[in-house]
Structure formats: C-alpha cells, structure tokens
Design a protein around this ligand. Structure first.
Ligand code: ACM
Ligand code: ZN
Length: 773
C-alpha cells in the first residue's frame, strides 16, 4: 500500500491539472511546414516557462538552445534556463543515436520533458525548428505577448527529408544584397528545413567576391553605371570609361562569416563562379580574358546574346580561373563549386585564332565540344582540390564532364539525360522553380520576368520524373528555387518573390510524396503567413487574389462569370456597380449572370474580412457578346483562351498571357468573322491586344475591318496601321477602328502579324477580345 501512495497523489494532481487548463490537441492543431513524416499526438502538454531547462552538453547544442531561448525572452518575456543537467521535470534534452540518418530527428514530448534524438547537429536543429512551429505563432513576435500560453502538445514526431538537396539561389550580381539580408535569409531557410544557399556571385552585371590576386575584379567589375531607375531591358550600354557607382562585393572575411553562420543552421553555402559566359564584369576588369582583348563596360542591365565570353584558347584564361578557384575553396568548405556554363554564345570562339588552334590541337569538332573541353578541364582542376563541380544543363552539350552534377533549369530534360548517363542532378526547372516569375495576375503584381508560377504550381513540382528508373531517380539529389534579380530593387522585393513559394517548395523537397495534399497545405500555410507577419517578411499575397472566367448563354445573351481563387473552398464575396467590398458584399456561390455592362468587384474573405487586393473588372457588353466567332486562321494550340467564345466573352486578358483569356497566332495573321446573327447597326470595332517583346509577343502591324450581309462578299470599312516600335515593357492596348454607321450581319477582322521581329524571331500575335459597337 505504501508504495502506491505517491502514484495515487500523482494521478490525483494530473487529473486535477487536466480539468483545469488542458487544451485537447488534434491533428488540426499541428500546422508544421514542411509536413513531418509521422506524428502521433498524445494527451497532455508541455508548458514552457522560466523554469524550463535546455540541457545542452556541446557548444552546438548550447548555440541552438540559446537561439530558441532568446525567442522566449523577446516574445514571452521570460527566459528559460540553459543548463547541463536535466532537472526532475520541464526540460529539453538532446540524445545522440548514430542509427539515425544525417538530417533525421525524433521529437518526443511526454511526461513534462522533451527529447530530441538525432545522429548529430542537423537533426537537433530540425527538432528545435519543429518545436518552434508547435509553439503559438506569437513566438515570432518582436515584443512580449503576455496573454499567450506557451505550451505544446505531447507528441512523438519521427521525421526526415525526402531529398538531400533543398536549395535557394540568390542572384547577387543583378542586385547586390547586403550581408544582413543574407543572414536573415539563412534563418528563414532553416525555418523551412532547407539546407542549401547557392550564391550566384558572378555575372555580367557585377562580380561580387573579393579575389586577392585579381583586385580589379572588384575595383572595376563590382560596379556598374547606375541606371537602377530604368527597367532592366531598357538600360543603355555603357562606355567603359564611365565610372560605375552601383554595386558592391563581399570580402573573403564576410563570406567566411556567412558560411560559418549558415553551418549553425545546417545550411551549406555553394558559390557559383560563372564560366565561360555571364562574365562581362570580369572582362571589363581584365579585357585579355576575352578572345579579342576588347574593352567593355560592366553592363547596367539586360544583355543578349552574351558574346563577350572567356577565351577558351588562351592558356592564361585557365591560369586565371584556377587562381580564382584556389581562393574560392579557401572560403567555401562546400563539397561543390558551381561553375555556371549556361547561355554562352560562342561566335567569338568561331573566329578567334587561339580558340581555333585549341580546337584543332584537341580534335574538337565544334564550339560545343570546345565548351565541353573548357568545363572538363576546370572540373579536373576542381576535382584535384577534392571538390565536385555543378553546372547548368548546357554542360551536357558537347559531352558531360566525367564527375559533374547537372543543375537542370531548361525544364527537367537535361536532368533526365544526365541521370541516364549516371550523373547526379539537381532539378530547378524554370516552370516550377524560377521565383523571378510572376505568381499572381500580372496586372496586379510588381514587375517580374514574363512567365507565371503561382504557389499551387510550385506545390505540384516533383524533382523525380515519372519515366526515370529507380536507379536514375536515385541520382536526383533534390531541387532548388532560383531567384534571378534583374527586376528586384531590394530585400522587400526579394522576400515578395520567395515567400510563400518557399513554403510550398520546402514541402515538395522534405515531405513524403504520399503526404502531399494541397488542401491540407493551404490550411497549414495560414499560421505560417502569420509567422511571416511577425518576422516582418514582405510575402506575396498573390494567392489570395480572385480571378474570373466566363461562359455565355447565347440564347439569353447572358454572360456567366465564375470567380476562383487558388485556395480550396474559398470564401469569395462580391459587389456590383459603384460599391466597395465590405461586410455587405454578397457571398459568391454560383456563376454570376450579366446582361449588360457592369463593374464587378470581388475579394477573398477570411474571418469576415476581405484579404489581399480586390479583383475589379468592368464587364463591357457590346454587340458581339455571345455571338459565334468563326476562325479563318486557327489560333495556336498553346493559347486557346477560354475556347472559341473567348473573343466575345467580355472578360479581358491580363498582362499574363497564360491567364486563359488570350488567343494567339504564331507568324500567321488573325482572321476571324463575327456573326451577329441578324443585321445590326455598327460603327466601331475594338481589338484588344498585348505586347511583350521580351517574350516575342508584338502588337499587330495592321488591322482591317470588313463587313458582309451574306458572309461571302466583304467590303472593307476601316483599317489602321501601326508600325513596329521597340517596347521594353509589357503593354495592353485596344486598337479602335471607327467608321460610318452601317447595317451588317458579318464582321470580318484581320489583324496582321509582325511575322518576324527585328531580332529574327517568329512573332506572336495575341488577342483577348473583339468589341463591336
Ligand atoms: C539560367 O537561368 N540561365 C541558368
Ligand atoms: Zn578565343
């Protein structure tokens, strides 16, 4: 009996405290991104207080414990204790188990104690990051929140990543981000259990790493003439004698600090030293690195094609690069050095006597084989230093270097090819991993690269291609987001492009494929966004935006507009006419019917309040609405719009020509006939078009309107010409053709395609609506 007594007392108090304040946790309360592999919730909780002891027995454990303790000091207003011995209760301890995989961890919260088990530091970091996400989001607060209860549920979490490479690339050349921002980015990567930071340190528009043997690389190459207030592709070519004032670089000491800090977060920093192209900054510093010793300035903006590249014939080029690599490897302990290799236009190599001699001496059949020689030679050198080489997928052309790892960016094709050859790959296809692309309706977004990768698309990414054999798939190290910085003006822009897409990517790369579930992810994203709010991250709210599509009821002359949002079961509300979106807005359930010109505003609601930007569209009724459009020249299969009804559906396209409202013709003219059904009196035709020359999309050069009553014999009633003009922006334009009022049934509209751009590219013609008035 006597031995039972303490147990009885214990149970009594346990029951008492349960009745008091115990929150009962369910799966829904655990909102961790990336989703852990296995999670078991038990009854009971662990509460953090000033008495909680972090039992840390190595310097590393002390450092990571201190990082979490300091969050309590700031957000909770109390300081848990850092100790070396576990007390009776309320402590966190670390346990080493060599049987665990490198980044795996087990988190057990039970009996008023927390145990993080891992094989080493990486797992311990992730265990603590998981505790952070089990805690209320207010743990991220920058001031004390006293009303919060700092408790987490009793759980057992067993977790490890699906892929070992989970990266983000920052382009420091096109925009120079300072050390502070890089350190912050490291923290944020760790919060998402990402483990690679790839620094793009060299590109045409700036050399960003101190190389002691070649001081001009940073005296000259790190600075460009300041045209930051002009959009990237409109910046003018600069004279080599003009002094550069925009730029900067990292000293070797600063880079070592970054590397050291990253290591405390299990993040490996991979340097990218581009070659043989994307090196105008180096050639501006040392013209002898190019084939013809030409003097050039560091470009301030867009440069295409890239013909100023390193000479592959001169021995001095290799001496230079080997000396650069010698210094790079003293800074970066990473296993890999990225040597670029992308987008080299090799016209100078065709003409250069040094390059030609090199090809002849080595039996190289073409300049692709010369690039392959270049990469193989550099790989051999880098391998001799105990490091491995990564290159963009262009390094496949002309023959892959024997040990190289391929970073596949032009889709996954290069990655597949490399795995077939038994090489490792990192998948970063533009389609899903380029975070410089738009993530929301283009009219509503800050300027970005002219392509579209919304949050849900990132979430659909899979680094393993279904056609790969298990053996090939085993060569897929993982994936990475690349943030090219041409259009970024600072950290806030960078944050906007990275978040929340990084959350989606982190789950793709960490969590098991079976557990991937968009609905579930979006639920867990909400608290993550609150964390971003607390951390002051300027994340994109593009996923909140409402978009529209429409269909027509020809008989009723009615347009039915469907409203959508990226999230599952969104609470969309709308108003018609000149009203604001507020608590009186109507709840959207079914397509909205329109019979006349009306302004439509809509917004996603959360907690009874509109969130994100309001969608606004003026549904303009005109005489073609709901009528049949016959295509005398068919639209391109890739741009079908909303089907054959698109050109008379009242819904206008955005600057994102993938938004489903655009039809397109490649090289061909658009030639369509609108059948008004009966004779109508008309005096104007408006053709809605788009220009985005960077993507090969040009305004029509001429538009003609013809009319007919029998649909056979046509008479021209109006035309306009608009000669090609260079345009660096994306622009929407309505071409209006006015004519004397006339009765007609058939209206033929011909929009003449530019056909070939001045650069010689096939031209696209895009049309979203033909308005007949
Ligand atoms: C790249 O986007 N040129 C790798
Ligand atoms: Zn040359």
């Amino acid at each position: 009996m006597r031995t039972l007594k303490p147990l009885f007392v214990l149970i009594f108090f346990a029951v008492l405290s349960l009745g008091y304040s115990q929150k009962i946790y369910t799966d829904k309360d655990i909102q961790i991104i990336p989703k852990p592999n296995q999670l078991l919730i038990q009854s009971g909780t662990f509460e953090f207080s000033k008495n909680t002891v972090f039992v840390a027995n190595t310097d590393f454990q002390k450092d990571i414990s201190t990082a979490l303790i300091s969050k309590f000091q700031i957000a909770a207003g109390f300081s848990p204790v850092l100790g070396t011995k576990a007390p009776q209760r309320n402590f966190i301890q670390f346990k080493v188990d060599p049987a665990f995989h490198k980044e795996a961890y087990k988190l057990e919260v039970i009996n008023n104690s927390i145990t993080v088990t891992a094989n080493g530091n990486a797992g311990f970091i992730y265990g603590l990051e998981t505790i952070r996400q089990l805690l209320p989001v207010a743990i991220e607060s920058k001031y004390a929140i006293t009303s919060e209860k700092w408790q987490i549920p009793n759980v057992t979490i067993t977790d490890e990543p699906r892929f070992k490479w989970r990266g983000l690339m920052l382009d420091l050349s096109r925009h120079f981000f300072d050390k502070n921002y890089i350190m912050e980015t490291i923290d944020r990567l760790a919060m998402h259990k990402m483990n690679v930071l790839h620094l793009h340190l060299v590109d045409d528009q700036g050399w960003r790493i101190e190389i002691k043997k070649y001081p001009k690389l940073t005296e000259v190459g790190a600075w460009r003439v300041d045209q930051e207030n002009v959009s990237w592709n409109a910046r003018l070519t600069t004279n080599p004698d003009e002094k550069g004032t925009y730029g900067g670089f990292f000293t070797q000491e600063e880079l070592k600090e970054i590397v050291k800090y990253a290591a405390t977060k299990n993040i490996e920093v991979i340097p990218e030293i581009e070659m043989p192209a994307h090196v105008s900054s180096a050639i501006a510093s040392y013209p002898e690195l190019a084939c013809f010793d030409q003097r050039i300035g560091v470009p301030s903006g867009g440069l295409w094609p890239i013909t100023d590249i390193y000479c592959a014939g001169k021995e001095t080029t290799f001496e230079f690069l080997q000396n650069v690599i010698d210094e790079v490897i003293t800074i970066f302990p990473s296993k890999y050095i990225h040597i670029g290799g992308d987008e080299a236009t090799k016209t100078n190599w065709e003409k250069c006597p040094h390059c030609q001699k090199r090809m002849k001496d080595n039996g190289l059949k073409n300049v692709h084989e010369l690039q392959s020689y270049f990469v193989k030679r550099m790989e051999k050198y880098i391998n001799s230093k105990g490091k491995k080489v990564i290159g963009w997928d262009e390094i496949l052309e002309g023959g892959l270097a024997p040990e190289a790892t391929v970073m596949s960016w032009r889709g996954t094709k290069g990655g597949v090819e490399a795995t077939e050859q038994g090489h490792d790959v990192i998948m970063t296809p533009e389609s899903h991993c380029y975070f410089n692309f738009y993530q929301g309706p283009q009219n509503e977004e800050p300027l970005a690269f002219d392509a579209y990768t919304p949050l849900s698309k990132v979430y659909e990414f899979d680094p393993v291609v279904p056609t790969m054999t298990p053996q090939e798939a085993s060569h897929v190290l993982g994936g990475q987001a690349n943030l090219w910085a041409e259009h970024l003006a600072g950290p806030k822009d960078s944050e906007y492009m990275i978040f929340p897409r990084l959350a989606a990517l982190s789950e793709v790369l960490w969590s098991s494929k079976d557990s991937r579930n968009w609905n579930d992810f979006t639920t867990r994203l909400a608290p993550m966004l609150k964390r971003y709010d607390y951390l002051g991250i300027n994340y994109a709210k593009s996923a909140y935006l409402v978009t529209a599509s429409s269909s027509a009821d020809l008989a009723k002359k009615q347009i039915n507009v469907t409203l959508k949002n990226e999230f599952p079961n969104p609470d969309i509300r709308y108003v018609l006419g000149d009203k604001n979106i507020d608590q009186n807005a109507l709840k959207y359930t079914n397509p909205i019917q329109f019979n006349g010109t009306t302004v439509l505003k809509a917004s996603l609601f959360q907690n009874e309040k509109p969130v994100g930007k309001t969608f606004t569209d003026t549904i303009i009724f005109h005489k073609a609405v709901g009528h049949k459009v016959n295509y005398l020249t068919p639209f391109n299969d890739n741009y079908k719009g909303d089907g054959p009804f698109t050109l008379a559906n009242t819904i206008r396209g955005s600057k994102n020509f993938h938004d489903g409202q655009w039809q397109a013709w490649l090289v061909n003219d658009m030639e369509v006939v609108v059948d008004l059904g009966t004779q109508e009196s008309i005096e104007q035709v408006i053709v809605g078009t788009l220009e985005s020359q960077g993507s090969g999309v040009n305004f029509p050069v001429k538009i003609k309107v013809l009319i007919s009553n029998d649909g056979i014999k046509y008479q021209e009633v109006g035309k306009i010409s608009r000669p090609y003009a260079a345009n660096v922006t994306s622009e929407l334009k309505d071409f209006k053709i006015n004519f004397a009022k006339i009765n007609t049934r058939f209206v033929k509209v011909i929009a003449v395609n530019l056909k070939k751009s001045p650069k010689g590219e096939s031209s696209w013609l895009f049309v979203d609506e033909i308005l007949v008035n």
